[in-house]
Design a protein around this ligand. Structure first.
Ligand code: AMP
Length: 193
């Protein structure tokens, strides 16, 4: 199965504010594969008051990360669903080296491979500028400036090592995320064709 596997399994990696969600939405529609945003899944759980939501709410509000074990469990269940057969975009997972290693193991066991890991390259300064703008433009985002700084710091400490991890696996595709939405989109299509 893995030999002539046409599925498009991709990971989107990058700072908050790098445009992963925006690009994932468009690409998901054009490729006909689900956009799996762990942040959206967790926010939905919080909003609907499930047991999972109650467990993760405080951690999320503080800008910290939910535990690796829980996230790995959530992702394994999600990628096992029938709509993931043709592939999927993972947006927001993996976010730590243990999560990436767990994903590697999971895929190996399922005889599946990632097509690429797209790294949306953006400076921390630009990410913070965009997050501040989002804060003032969208009332549903109630992150304080401190929480946003914390998210960027956590990305630097815990998520940015994934760049080297996926470079080592020869999966990393770097995209300049400071370019316009349209330019980034074109580059993505080229990279994932
Ligand atoms: P996001 O919308 O991707 O920025 O995610 C919002 C929040 O959900 C994060 O700040 C974390 O608290 C939590 N979260 C989402 N994905 C993960 C993950 N893969 N590992 C740990 N926490 C996560």
């Amino acid at each position: 199965m893995a030999q002539n596997d046409q599925s498009i399994r991709v990971v989107f990696l990058g700072l908050p504010g790098a445009g992963k969600g925006t690009q994932a939405k468009t690409f998901s529609e054009s490729a006909g594969i689900p956009h799996i945003s762990t942040g959206d899944m967790l926010r939905a759980a919080v909003a609907s008051g499930t047991a999972l939501g109650a467990r993760v709410k405080d951690v999320m509000d503080s800008g910290s990360l939910v535990s690796d074990d829980l996230m790995i469990e959530i992702i394994e269940a999600r990628i096992s669903e029938p709509d993931c057969e043709k592939g999927y975009i993972l947006d927001g997972f993996p976010r730590t080296v243990p999560q990436a290693q767990a994903l590697d193991t999971m895929l190996e066991r399922r005889e599946e491979k990632l097509k690429a890991v797209v790294f949306f390259d953006l400076s921390e300064e630009e990410a913070l500028r965009r997050l501040a703008h989002r804060r003032s433009a969208e009332s549903r985002v109630d992150d304080s400036e401190d929480t946003q700084r914390k998210r960027v710091q956590i990305y630097r400490e815990q998520t940015s090592p994934l760049i080297a991890h996926y470079e080592g696996l020869e999966l990393l595709q770097r995209v300049d995320a400071e370019a316009s939405i349209e330019e980034v989109q074109e580059r993505l299509v080229a990279v994932l064709a």
